[in-house]
Design a binder for this molecule. Structure first.
Ligand code: ADP
Ligand code: GLC
Length: 478
């Protein structure tokens, strides 16, 4: 198949969270299965090895003409295509220290327009891809893609067969704008009802309404979208439930403790000795007492309402009165960032907080910690619990969405389970789960080793997911 994936983030070039990781990894897995894959994202800055193809396209948007250039980089069998326009060349992806960019609707509408021309204009080995491809759009940023596909191409006989599959990584972000902006999009008002939610232009709703198939990143979240986690779009999701798939994310080869370039030592399920060295190195790096026997808790997250940071804040006074260590890496809401700094000040021998974004430190926390806290309010899939399990770091999670689907609670009777998942979103649920985990850590070393190894041996590769995406695309063509 010819597959054209379009997203606002594409790791390792651009990333604020899991969207970037997934959009970077899935195309590689699809290419490895023999498909021709284009992964399209904005060119936020000059990327080494990505060359100007010479292809250009012009679009009329918001009252004036805009020209984009197409840059190309073939890596791991994937044709990475970066859309160049002056509005992308800024310090942040969605905003900077002054807030979100005021022209994001324009920037991502332009991405959709440019992406639809990419298979027609960007020369690959044997010329452009052509019209018989499947478009795979991601989140609200690409919600307008099927509007343009239907309104500007299909209505005049172009792309007669090409379907659009829309992937929902987070239904909490709609891309909602005042209705009068619709006039700037340069499509017929015939398409307004698809975009209209409560009188506002809603990009996510447009994608959900018009895409041939929908997919989200876990089976549980797919169900929850139709019931109570659709952020106001439950009815529409329920209406489209037969077209809505749930496919769990995988994790890429850069998250492997046996080869991870950010780690001071390496390890695997069969030989965990390198993990102890990673723990000691992390304690040293952060200026914590170097003690192998003390349980070290890690948190790496966007500090957002979604992530249930309140539960960690609620449990911390109890947790930090015990002989434990806690390391938090994250950035986001000011109230959470303030708490991270305050907690580290109050418990200098037990806690460290690192406010910011650091890919290397994220890897070293995953490797050096014993336990990982992820009490998300809702979680479409979640990657950090998957990374934790791969690194022998036992996750404690709220049983929601992808967390419920990937972290079975340890059952001493059967020897099954990879962590602890608590059912109700409440501080005492988290406290109780931590209590059980600490009891096992201190008192049952063999059981602890088993939980770690169960997680490390879990198949979290991308190939299984890629095979399901293949079937999804096939059904979209049908
Ligand atoms: P989400 O996409 O909702 O943020 P995921 O668990 O799917 O949640 O993915 C988060 C990704 O972002 C992981 O790769 C994680 O390591 C990374 N990440 C989040 N915050 C930071 C940070 N402050 N520094 C480095 N990496 C981070
Ligand atoms: C989103 C979700 C997260 C998911 C990621 C990648 O940001 O919040 O749960 O893992 O996308 O799909």
């Amino acid at each position: 198949m010819d597959i054209v994936q379009v997203s606002a983030e594409l790791a390792p070039w651009s990333k604020t969270g899991g969207l970037g990781d997934v959009c970077g990894a899935l195309p590689r897995a699809l290419a490895a299965r023999g498909h021709r894959v284009m992964a399209i994202a904005p060119r936020y800055k000059a990327y080494e090895g990505a060359w100007d193809t010479g292809a250009r396209a012009q679009f009329h948007l918001f009252g004036s003409r805009h020209e984009v250039a197409y840059f190309h980089l073939l890596r791991d069998g994937v044709h990475h295509v970066f859309i160049d326009h002056v509005s992308y060349r800024r310090p942040g992806i969605y905003g900077d220290e002054h807030g979100v960019y005021g022209d994001n609707l324009f920037r991502f509408a332009l991405l959709c327009r440019a992406a639809l021309e990419a298979p027609l204009r960007v020369p690959l080995d044997g010329g452009p891809m052509g019209e018989a491809c499947v478009f795979h759009a991601n989140d609200w940023h690409t919600g307008l893609l099927p509007v343009y596909l239907e309104g500007l191409y299909r209505s005049v006989g172009r792309f007669p067969l090409a379907p659009c599959v829309h992937a929902i990584h987070n239904a909490g972000h709609h891309g909602a704008f005042d209705a009068h902006h619709f006039a700037g999009l340069d499509v017929s008002t015939r398409w307004w009802p698809a975009c209209d939610m409560d009188g506002r232009l809603n990009c996510l709703k447009a994608g959900i309404t018009l895409a041939a198939k929908l997919v989200t990143v876990s089976p549980s979240y797919a169900r929850q979208l139709c019931i109570d986690h659709g952020h106001g779009l439950e009815g529409l999701f329920a209406h489209r439930a037969r077209d809505l798939w749930g496919i769990l994310n995988g994790i890429g080869p850069e998250w492997d403790p046996a080869t991870d370039k950010h780690l001071p030592a390496h390890f695997s399920a069969d030989d965990l000795s390198g993990k102890a060295a990673c723990k000691a190195a992390l304690q040293r790096e952060l200026g914590l007492p170097v003690r192998p026997e003390v349980p070290l808790f890690g948190v790496v997250a966007r500090l957002d309402h979604q992530k249930g940071i309140e539960l960690i804040m609620g449990a911390a006074p109890w947790l930090l009165r015990q002989d434990v260590q806690l390391v938090v890496l994250g950035s986001g809401g000011a109230q959470y960032e303030d708490w991270v700094r305050r907690m580290a000040r109050e418990f200098p021998k037990r806690a460290r907080g690192w406010v910011g974004f650091s890919e290397p430190l994220a890897h070293r926390i995953e490797a050096g910690a014993d336990l990982f806290l992820m009490p998300s309010r809702f979680e479409p899939c979640g990657l950090n619990q998957l990374y934790s399990m791969r690194y022998g770091t036992v996750p404690i999670v709220h049983a929601t969405g992808g967390l419920a689907d990937t972290v079975p609670t340890w059952d001493p009777a059967s020897g099954q389970g990879t962590g602890w998942a608590f059912p109700d979103f409440a501080v005492d649920g988290l406290v109780q789960a931590i209590g059980w985990a600490l009891h096992t850590f201190h008192g049952h070393k063999d059981a602890w080793r088993q939980v770690q190894q169960n997680g490390m041996r879990r198949d979290s590769g991308w190939d299984r997911a890629a095979a399901l995406y293949e079937r999804l695309y096939g059904s979209a063509f049908g």
